[in-house]
Design a protein around this ligand. Sequence first.
Ligand code: TXE
Length: 481
Amino acid sequence: MIHIQNYINGKFSDPIQNEWLDNSCPADGVVYGKLPNSCAKDVQNAYEAAHNAFPSWSVTSIAKRSAILLKIAALIQANLERFAAAESKDNGKPISLSRSIDIPRAASNFRFFGKAITQFYSESHEARNQKTINYTLRHPLGVVGCISPWNLPLYLLTWKIAPALAAGNCVVAKPSEVTPYTAFLLGEICNEAGLPKGVLNIVHGLGATTGQAIVEHPHIKAISFTGGTETGKLIAKTAAPLFKKLSLELGGKNPNIIFADCDYDKMLTTTIRSSFSNQGQICLCGSRIFVEASIYKQFKKDFVERVRQLVVGPPNEESTQIGALVSKTHFEKVMSYIEEVDNLQSRIIFGGKRVPVEGYENGYYLSPTIIEVDSNQCKLNQDEIFGPVVTLMPFDSDDAVLAMANDVNYGLSATVWTNNLKRSLLFSEQLEAGIVWINTWMQRDLRTPFGGVKSSGVGREGGFEVLRFFTETKNICINYE
Ligand code: TXE
């Protein structure tokens, strides 16, 4: 059994009330570890450690902060296999994915922000007629809270922690209680890299207790959260009267719009990825596929053929392309949509069934699922299912597909496949989304702003945007007349 502990003030400790949660493995449903269910007092201890570390960390030279973050990045990379195995076991994702995407990206989050902070700048505004010069200071906020989900556990946790630390803040972080393992391993790495004690504190536990205690802590200045839209609403409600800075990266129901004039083979290969990577448990997955009527039949045939070849299997096998869903609860949520298909003017054209995997009979394996829907208003096209489930619909005109793409509460990302320049520019302008991909999907450049509109969230992560989020701006005006 793995015994996960909190990481507070540079040390590993059990929760004060000695309350524990089970950590189970989605591949076989077996409990293989315990993690703390931390209470408000644990969060307070983490806060105090962070608060005590802040005066020194906030004035530590940028060169030194950067060097420590780069060291953390190098150590994650050096421990790639260990981290990748832990991530797959905890989350159910194929080992090939955690090895090639999740863990390298966690390292590059530290590497990127370790470097970005050396280039971060503020502005000055001169008005010679008034004899004034204004200049802007950007100071770290103090102690900030980072709360992350289970779909990309270390990847998303470090996406928040790295910029917060780079900007000179101290952090109280809470990873998802469903996938705590790699966050636990990160503590050791931080000590080895020489991160001063208390600068980063990781407290484990349920959202409603540990998470809530972070959000309602009166002196934690900002909350950076990625997770479900309903949780985001709760956090916003709690944080608003405390006037905390908030960054919310929430759900998505992203359109994948395919025109007949696209590069068909590239589109098909990428659409397999954008539909089913990480078992469809990525907020950026293109879960609503709209295909121009003239190629709809051909696409449907080719897509089904390619999806049929995807290998569903245990996460630790190299050949696995689709692993297990993250938990029993989540598996049941995704299945509940599939069970309703017949009542929703829709048809399953591939998948929709639990996959029996030999030796892993109690794991949460679902075959990649394609559902044909008749209306974009259908629940299957409006709710975030967050599993290996996509819907298909034909369209006849640019206007019609644009209207359907935007007719949803979410607005995180959108993909358009076309070789028509005018069309790609018009769609880029008119799609209601924080991120638009033309002829690609999930090609990430960490300098770019990342986040959504409508129910997909508030604020932007990435690049200098997040360094601005994690700093307080002060303007100084000097009159030199
Ligand atoms: O996430 P939660 P859940 C979507 C997806 C999924 C749904 C629900 O549709 O089915 O959300 O997933 C912490 N105060 N996404 O319920 O609860 C929680 O402990 C403070 C999209 O598992 O939002 C965890 O650390 N924190 C998403 C984190 O919030 C609270 C990724 C996220 O968990 C809290 C995951 C509270 N009151 C799910 N309640 C994306 N945008 O990528 C919970 N938490």
